[in-house]
Structure formats: structure tokens, C-alpha cells
Design a protein around this ligand. Structure first.
Ligand SMILES: Nc1ncnc2c1ncn2[C@@H]1O[C@H](COP(=O)(O)OP(=O)(O)OP(=O)(O)O)[C@@H](O)[C@H]1O
Ligand SMILES: [Zn+2]
Ligand SMILES: [Zn+2]
Length: 806
């Protein structure tokens, strides 16, 4: 007897283990680890992942249930990925089932669908209301039953009497797209003979036979019918004659199909690139695991190094994964990989539809591609012969998922690369302190690209103190200096990138008379005014409301907008420089599919002078004609209550500055700030990464922060604030009691955002260097609160090495 060990799709602490099921003989050939199956679980049927096969079980034969059916023919998770999934689940204290699902495309998620199935053939036995709904059918959807106001208690009674069954159907959302093809199945002579037999008046039939005589290959039926202006009626006789057959063939939706990409070839490398790539190529050839940090200034040619390393990997018959941050997955970036490797590349990012993502994933699974370029989850690409993993802009926080499982793609990359004995390349102009510290210690192999490819200097940066502007009576958001530079560029027909970290029109709306600020009723945060829709929106929940004409508190009509968002900047540019053509790029203007690409294309084609945007324009853009970059408010991020605020500011300023002067024309950068003396602004303006690193490391050491200490953040939330504080205090007590004396436990303190969506949020933080028992203790705490979390909506989120403390 064969037994399968299965992880079931019931995410609770009690079911977070394998269950044994008997494999029916009919399925023995199919069931392997990595296959998804449908199994009876309690009163219903659920999906499960087979993770192991064995011969014996401790469960008695009578209690052992059978697998009902297999959902896959080929495993969706390889042995490597199954092991990886278990590791991630343990490292992040997540459920196995949630981790496995996070490793697969969304389209493979199943949804449970309730049905009512009649067991009796005599409908008269049924309660009349149910009989009416089921009139001429034996099976209906539970949804339909509800829509038609079916009586639920009568339904349950009928189920108890055995008249009907309420069953769960498991439906997979995956949809393969197929097209009907016509394929010739006889020799050419047969078509020639047929042509002599078919009567002359059957013109269309003869034309089709002739077509296949000269083109003996498959053709989509639709295409053929359109070509000869005919209908299926003229094809059917040919099928009957056995000349051609109909067949459905799977097609992949190709989001890039309408694009003619110019093929690019490896450029002769500059000396600094050659020196950087050599150790990588060596690791590839020696089939050796090693982690490299490619530290190169913006525009130093990192991408070309990636491309040529991948080329070597492909020549060795292996595969490559390239991760880029979601917002850097611009068409520009994707095209560089597609241009070099063409059809060998699959692209995975969130702008694709579910179906498109599934298709790209299937190309990987079926080994139709050898390179995948994608955002975080592309690290789970089911390649089995990996030769390199590249993580571009390694400092980006999006590489860590901020919901369960809270995996860090960089750690996953290292795990996979160890398994495959291949190198990992982390690239950045501004590596995280954690990464750079490891590189300096020799844990990672440091490779430097200190110069720009165009041999030009880094763009000159001028810092403008906005306090002086205020003193001089300039109340606009543009300093005199920036305004002047913008005008010069427009006159010279050069282009400008303006960066502001806030979307919307204003940051908050306040009554001048009484000081009342319009807040979200569900979150402790000010509402943002969106001028185009004339709405006040909360950026943390879905709340929105019309802009009131008078103050809610004092009914005064002097409501004013404070702070500046991208919409307001756009408006004031239009007032100050009416001839300037502006493209605004933020979440609001790029919601529609393809909008991102269209806007960038317009800017690239010089249909606008100014590209104004949020974070999404800070990375990866490479436009020849951009000679000025303006940062409107450099301190916007400095004031976050987060120990990484300085580091994030330094990184962002460096990245944004990097967009200027990348080609022949020299670039210039203007940074506006109210705190020009802050070291991260000052050092970013001089491109002093090493100095910044040294300074920030001292700060981290003094305040016991990473990379000197590890952090674990526990966030507790519930509608009832008192309960949140109680649970927080208890958690702190438990942690203090069980951890060593060297660990520091802080809190519970209110989270920087105390209330989101009507839930209060408090946090406890652990700082430590070495606490081997920490995970075990936290697991026990979670078990202790398990019932309350399930029944009473208490939430306890644990984030190991958090990216931010929100
Ligand atoms: N060996 C080479 N010969 C000629 N041009 C090159 C070479 N390598 C790179 N380039 C060009 O130099 C420019 C900058 O290179 P690239 O975009 O690869 O730098 P990067 O370090 O990845 O930039 P960033 O991190 O700022 O996005 C690009 O236009 C690229 O085509
Ligand atoms: Zn008021
Ligand atoms: Zn809200």
C-alpha cells in the first residue's frame, strides 16, 4: 500500500503538519511529491500538497482516508522547492500551506465552491421551497440557492434526512488558453487526389485542399476561414475524408507580442566591468556557490555585467533568475533582457493579468525559457538547473514580503544558489548596511564599479535651503535656483525629472479658523485631497469622501490645503511656466494597464519637458536628454520614526540623482530641503557612500540596531485598545522571562500608525545578538493566543528582521 503525506489547505496551527492518506491504485502512477490533490478532510473536500510518499502509516486501515483525485499531472513544486517551502515556513513561523501557495502563481490558487447535490430521485420528498429551486436539476450552486432566498434550515434538515448533500467542489482558477487548429494528417498525394475528386462547384473546399497541398502544416481554423472568406461548412467534409483534423493547441498569452525588439549583442566590456565580471565567470565555470556584491555607481554598467554573466550561464546549458524591484520593472529594463535573449526570457510582474502570469510561469515549468526577469516572487521560478541568481537594486525593501510568509528573496536566493552550486550577484549603487558590512568582512565577494560608463563625472548636486526661500518671501514649492534651472533646460530643449515622494494634491486639509484636520475615521492619519476627483482619500484604507465646503467642527469656510503632493506640483508648474509640458507619474496616473509604458514612451520621445513623479521614477530610467533632476522635498522621509530613515534618504537621493547626465550631456541635480545639514543629505550630494556607511554604522552601534543587533518586531492589533495593551504586556513578560539577559525587550508601545482600519496597533521589539530559543518562544506565545486569534479577531504579527517599524 502506498501512503501520501499531505499538507492540507486549512491554515491553522493544529493542521500545520502532514496528514496521511491512502493513494488509490488508479492514481499510483500520478501521485508524487509536489502534486496537488483533492482529499476528504472532516466534512468537506479540500486541496492538499503531496510532500512525501511512504509504505506505512500509524493510522489504522479503517481510519485511513483515500485521496479523491489528483489536480496536477506534473508536480507544481520540485523537490527542491518543497524543501525550500518547509524552510521558509519554519524561518518565518508561517503555515506550510500558505508558504507553498506563495511560491506558485495566483492562478493556481483554488477556490472552494459549495454545491447542493440531490440524492433522492423523488423531488416530492423535498421541502417545497427547495423543490421549487431545484425544479429540473439535480445539482445547483450554493450561491444560486442563496440568491433565490432558499431556506437554509430546511436545506440542512433535508441534508440530515439524506435527501441531498451539500458538497464542496474545489475549482482551480488556472485557465489554459487554447486555440482550434486544423492539421493535415495525410500525405501530399492524398490532397492532390482529393482535388481531382472534389466537384468543381465546391469551390471553397477545393481552395482549402489547395492551401494544404502547398502549405502542409497546422493553421488556426479562424485564420484559415478568414483567409478564404468561408465557414466551417466547407471544412467538415474534408475532416470526414480524413484529410485534416481539428485539434486544440495550447497558446501562451504573450504580453509583449506586438513588439519588435531590436536584438542586442554583448558590448566589449570596459576595464572596470571586465575586472568585476571575471570572478563571477570563474564561479560559474567552477560550479561554485559564492555571493558577490556588485557595488557600482549609477550608470556604471552593472546591467551589461549581468547580461554577459547570464550569457555564459546559458552557454553552459543552465538557467538564470534576475530579480528587479517591482517599480524598476519598466519596459526599458525588460527590453534590455528581451533584446539580448529574446524568446528565452519570461517576465513576471504584477502588471500582468493572472492568466498572463500563469502562462509565463508555465513556460518556466516546461523549460521553454531559460531566463526569468521578475519581481520578488520570481525567486520561486521552478528551474531545476540554475546557473546564476541576480538581484538588482539589492537595497530595495520590496524584496521582503510584508505579509505571511515574510520571506526575504535575498535569503531565498542564497538558499537556492547553495543547492545549485551557483553564484548570487547582488547589485546596487547604495547597498544596505547589512550587505556592505558582510562584503567588507569578506562574507560576500566585493566587486566595485566606481566610474560611470560615459567616463563623465557624477552630476553636480546643489543643495538649496528652503528656510532661506521662506525668509525671502518665496512661498512656492520651487526655490529660485530650481526654477531658473528648469527654465534654462526648457529653453535648451533638454529634459527634466522632478521627484516628490507624495501623491495626491495636498498632504492634509486643515481649517484655518479652528485648526481642525480632516482625518480618516478608521485610521489615525490625515486624509489626502485628490483634486481631479475632488475627493479626500485615505492612503491606508479604502475610505474616501467628498471635499466639504465648510469645516465639520466650526462651519467656517476657510478650509486650506497644506503640504504638497504631485497633483499640486503639476498645477503650480502650469501656473509658473505655462509653456512647460509635464507628464505626471504616480499611482494615480499609472493605474491602467500599459499606462506606465505609454507615459515613459512619451517622455522618451520628448513629448514632454518634465517628468514629475513619486518613487516609481527614481529607478532604472535611462533617458539621454535628461540633464536636470530636481528633488522637491528631500526631508520628507527623514522624519519617519524609523531607524532606517537616514539610510533610505541617502539611497533615494543617490538613485534619483543617478537619472541625470547618463550619456553625452552633463547632468545637474538640485535638492531642496529644510535640513541641509543632515549627514545623509550632505553625503548623498557628494556621492560619499563609504563615508555615509562609516557614519551610519556608528549610529547603529550606539543605538543597538542592525547590522550590530538583530531585531524582531511583534505587532499586536485588535479593535479594542485595552486588549491590545494587555496582550502586549503579557508578550513582553513572556519574552523577558524566557530570553537571555543579553536580549532587550521593548514595548508595548503604540505603532507609528496606531490605528488602521479601526484596529489599534501596538508593538513589542526584541533586540538581540544570539538567541537560539527566540523562535521557539514566539511559537509558544502564538499557540497560547491561538484561540483568541481565531475566534476573537486578535492579530499578532511577527516580523523577523523587519524593514520598517510601521
Ligand atoms: N561595455 C559597454 N560599452 C558601451 N556602453 C556601455 C557598456 N556597458 C554599459 N554601457 C552603457 O552605459 C549606460 C549605463 O549602463 P547601465 O544602465 O548598465 O548601468 P547601471 O549601473 O545598470 O545603471 P543604474 O544602476 O543607474 O540603472 C547604458 O546606456 C549602457 O548601454
Ligand atoms: Zn474649523
Ligand atoms: Zn483609512
Amino acid at each position: 500500500m502506498k501512503i501520501a503525506e499531505i499538507i492540507v489547505d486549512v491554515p491553522t496551527r493544529q493542521t500545520n503538519k502532514t496528514f496521511d492518506y491512502k493513494i488509490p491504485e488508479t492514481l499510483e502512477a500520478v501521485i508524487k511529491p509536489g502534486i496537488r490533490v483533492i482529499i476528504p478532510f472532516g466534512p468537506r473536500k479540500v486541496m492538499g500538497f503531496v510532500v512525501g510518499i511512504k509504505e506505512e502509516t500509524a493510522i489504522t486501515n479503517s481510519a485511513l482516508k483515500k485521496i479523491s483525485e489528483a489536480m496536477d499531472v506534473f508536480p507544481v513544486l520540485t523537490d527542491e522547492l518543497l524543501d525550500l517551502g518547509k524552510w521558509i515556513a519554519e524561518e518565518t513561523i508561517s503555515f506550510y500551506i500558505i508558504t507553498f501557495q506563495a511560491m506558485l502563481p495566483q492562478a493556481l490558487k483554488v477556490k472552494y465552491h459549495k454545491q447542493i447535490e440531490l440524492l433522492t430521485d423523488n423531488k416530492e420528498e423535498l421541502p417545497s421551497s427547495i423543490a421549487a429551486i431545484m425544479a429540473d436539476r439535480d445539482l445547483i450552486d450554493f450561491d444560486e440557492f442563496q440568491q433565490r432566498n432558499g431556506n437554509y434550515s430546511q436545506l440542512l434538515k433535508a441534508a440530515q434526512e439524506g435527501l441531498l448533500e451539500i458538497s464542496y467542489m474545489v475549482k482551480s482558477k488556472a485557465t489554459k488558453k487554447t486555440i482550434l487548429y486544423l492539421t493535415p494528417i495525410k500525405e501530399i498525394q492524398a490532397f492532390d487526389e482529393a482535388l481531382q475528386d472534389i466537384p468543381l462547384q465546391a469551390k471553397k473546399q477545393r481552395i482549402i485542399v489547395e492551401h494544404f497541398l502547398y502549405n502542409p502544416e497546422s493553421i488556426p481554423q479562424k485564420e484559415l476561414l478568414e483567409k478564404f472568406q468561408t465557414t466551417a461548412g466547407s471544412i467538415n467534409p474534408l475532416i470526414k475524408l480524413g484529410l485534416i483534423k481539428k485539434e486544440y493547441k495550447e497558446v501562451y498569452r504573450d504580453p509583449f507580442k506586438n513588439k519588435d525588439l531590436e536584438r542586442t549583442y554583448a558590448l566589449p566590456l570596459a576595464v572596470q566591468q571586465q575586472e568585476a565580471i571575471n570572478p563571477i565567470l570563474k564561479a560559474i565555470q567552477k560550479v561554485q556557490h559564492e555571493v558577490f556584491l556588485l557595488h557600482g555607481v549609477t550608470g556604471s554598467g552593472k546591467t551589461e555585467v549581468y547580461l554577459q554573466a547570464i550569457e555564459q550561464v546559458l552557454n553552459n546549458g543552465k538557467e538564470a533568475i534576475v530579480l528587479v524591484p517591482e517599480i524598476a520593472l519598466t519596459p526599458q529594463m525588460v527590453n534590455r533582457f528581451k533584446g539580448r535573449f529574446g524568446k528565452k526570457v519570461a517576465v513576471l510582474h504584477s502588471a500582468l493579468s493572472k492568466g498572463e502570469k500563469f502562462d509565463e510561469w508555465r513556460k518556466i515549468q516546461q523549460k521553454k525559457v531559460q531566463v526569468v526577469v521578475g519581481a520578488r516572487s520570481a525567486i520561486f521560478a521552478p528551474f531545476e538547473n540554475l546557473g546564476i541568481i541576480i538581484i538588482d537594486e539589492e537595497h530595495e525593501t520590496t524584496y521582503k514580503q510584508d505579509e505571511q510568509p515574510r520571506y526575504d528573496a535575498k535569503e531565498v536566493a542564497k538558499y537556492r544558489a547553495r543547492y545549485h552550486n551557483c553564484p548570487v550577484v547582488l547589485g546596487s549603487a547604495t547597498p544596505t548596511l547589512e550587505t556592505f558590512a558582510r562584503a567588507k568582512k569578506g562574507v560576500y565577494h566585493l566587486l566595485e564599479l566606481p566610474h560611470r560608463m560615459n567616463e563623465g563625472p557624477m552630476p553636480a548636486v546643489e543643495i538649496v535651503d528652503m528656510r532661506n526661500e521662506l525668509h525671502r518671501g518665496n512661498r512656492t514649492m520651487f526655490s529660485e535656483k530650481l526654477m531658473e534651472e528648469i527654465k534654462i533646460r526648457i529653453a535648451r530643449q533638454e529634459q527634466i525629472v522632478l521627484f516628490l515622494n507624495r501623491r495626491g494634491y495636498s498632504t492634509f486639509v486643515m481649517c484655518r479658523d479652528c485648526g481642525h484636520v480632516m482625518n480618516c475615521p478608521h485610521c489615525d492619519i490625515a486624509l489626502t485631497y485628490h483634486k481631479s476627483s475632488h475627493l479626500l482619500k485615505c492612503h491606508y484604507c479604502a475610505y474616501e469622501t467628498g471635499m466639504p465646503a465648510t469645516c465639520e467642527e466650526c462651519e467656517s469656510d476657510t478650509i486650506r490645503f497644506f503640504g504638497t503632493g504631485t497633483q499640486k506640483v503639476e498645477e503650480s508648474i502650469q501656473q509658473l511656466i505655462p509653456e512647460a509640458r509635464v507628464i505626471r507619474m504616480d499611482v494615480d496616473t499609472t493605474r491602467k494597464k500599459g499606462a506606465h509604458e505609454t507615459l515613459l514612451k512619451k517622455f522618451g520621445g520628448h513629448e514632454a519637458d518634465i517628468l514629475l513623479g513619486t518613487q516609481m521614477i527614481a529607478k532604472g530610467l535611462d533617458f539621454k536628454n535628461v540633464t536636470l533632476v530636481g528633488v522637491l522635498a528631500a526631508d520628507a522621509m527623514l522624519h519617519f520614526a524609523d531607524f532606517r530613515a537616514s539610510e533610505k534618504t541617502f539611497q533615494l537621493l543617490t538613485q534619483v540623482s543617478g537619472r541625470a547626465g547618463r550619456h553625452e550631456l552633463p547632468g545637474e541635480v538640485v535638492i531642496q530641503t529644510y535640513t541641509p545639514e543632515h549627514y545623509s543629505i550632505e553625503m548623498a550630494s557628494k556621492y560619499q557612500y563609504n563615508q555615509f556607511f562609516a557614519h551610519e554604522m556608528k549610529v547603529r552601534k550606539t543605538f543597538h540596531y542592525p547590522p550590530y543587533y538583530f531585531l524582531t518586531l511583534i505587532t499586536i492589533s485588535h479593535q479594542n485598545q485595552i486588549r491590545v495593551m494587555e496582550v502586549g504586556k503579557m508578550i513582553r513578560q513572556l519574552l523577558t522571562k524566557h530570553l537571555s539577559e543579553r536580549a532587550t525587550v521593548l514595548g508595548p508601545t503604540p505603532s507609528p500608525l496606531v490605528r488602521i482600519n479601526d484596529r489599534y496597533r501596538y508593538q513589542c521589539m526584541v533586540k538581540y545578538r544570539d538567541e537560539p530559543n527566540l523562535k521557539e518562544i514566539i511559537r509558544k506565545i502564538l499557540t497560547h493566543y491561538h484561540d483568541e486569534m481565531k475566534k476573537n479577531d486578535l492579530s499578532i504579527q511577527v516580523d523577523f528582521e523587519p524593514n520598517h517599524l510601521m
